[in-house]
Design a protein around this ligand. Sequence first.
Ligand code: AHR
Length: 511
Amino acid sequence: GRMALSLRGVRPVAQVPRRMFGSFVEHLGRCVYGGIYEPGDPAADEDGFRRDVLDLVKELGVTCVRYPGGNFVSGYNWEDGTGPRQDRPVRRDLAWHATETNQMGIDDFYRWSRKAGTEIMLAVNMGTRGMKSALEELEYVNGAPGTELADRRVANGIPDPMGVAMWCIGNEMDGPWQVGHMSPEEYAAAVDRTAHAMKLADPGLQLVACGSSSAHMPTFGRWERTVLGKAYEHVDFVSCHAYYYEHRSEGLQDFMASDEDMKTFITSVVEAADDARAANQGRRNIMLSFDEWGVWNSEEWNQQETEWKASSNGLHTQPWPEAPRQLEEVYTAADAVVEGGLMITLLKHSDRVRSASRAQLVNVIAPIMAEPGQPAWRQTIFYPFAIAAAHARGDVYLPQVEGDAPQVETKSYGSVDAVEAVVTWDPTGRGEWSQEGDPCAAACDGGPQVGSGSGLVLAVNRDVADGHRVTLDLRDLGGQDAGNQAALHVVATHLLHDDDPHAVNGPDRPG
Ligand code: AHR
């Protein structure tokens, strides 16, 4: 079929948020140990960080990394990962049934982030701990020297405050699997108090309240309304998490349209956030931090968990493994198309989704894979993220469909457009990040400027049966009219395709 898209008369929805290209590093499996950190590996640098992994993180274009979990954080003592390595305690990790050596911690992650050029987004433990340890951690991380906790950081070799702006108040506290999980009312009270106190320490922090672990949780909606209604004054973001699974979808065609589910999720959370604003007679919008998203096909963890729950070999009879192979998903061409669609959907909603973290970064449901002693390699899903992160700058435009668009039929979402697309346009052409601030700045000022801008068109074909021809009318970009259309030209195109939707990359087929 043919699809005609146009930007004629279309205003931008928002500026591309730098934090849209965030990722996630959890103490889980071989993400940290054997992923970003592997002293003794030929690729390790003087801090024990794998140089080849760092290079691929930069190539991926990651801007911000959420740390240290995930489910892990709900049983974590942040102090355990600070100070001389030989003195750090070894502990059980209840979330992933592993032994945590604490050889990486906040200080080490700070050093790694400096090398990666990424912002840090920290999550605090609201499971076994809460407000007190969150405040102490905040002081250790961001405090000016002169207090006991800030001076401990200085003594550990980090003289300047780390300047971490974004803090997640817990992780997935609605999930029954979460250590210390809570009812909506319990979490609402806890996050309200904790966020209030953290803002007393630093009113400039950007605080993220846990939203639902997925749009399919029984408390979805009620959770957001209860939590945001109570904590509206003190929180800036609400988190969204969503994973998509081919084998749980109604066939490959429905899987390819997974971004439809994400759209509904975002719209529902925005409604709940706006209800909370109205209930508080507020003027400020709570933004969305989509801080776990991606494809996660394997059921391996569920099987491991079932086996371990059924066995009598618990805490006292067996050591738990260190950095076991967990969630080491190998991604297909179809997975890359789905992740491209999810990225397009996030960008299309960037008026409210002002932060996102693809989960995760290395080895664990990850775009980058690392084996001991071998060069790290790129999975299929590396590419849609890398292309968007490298080129999406300036303003986000939603192309309008002219006439009839080719449709595909899905069991889960009905009839949907075969092609999904988004356009970004940087009127300066300099490829720099817009200043954070009013996400509507571009939409509210004079619109596109005349000049030598540069843009990006991202599109996915969600139709498993057919290809489609797409035309795009971009004449209005850069203030152009039909007369100077020739000034727009294509600089580069990237096509990610395989005749076999289940084709994969590997160490020997780096893609
Ligand atoms: O990313 C893997 C896990 O998925 C995270 O630990 C948790 O937050 C989510 O359930």
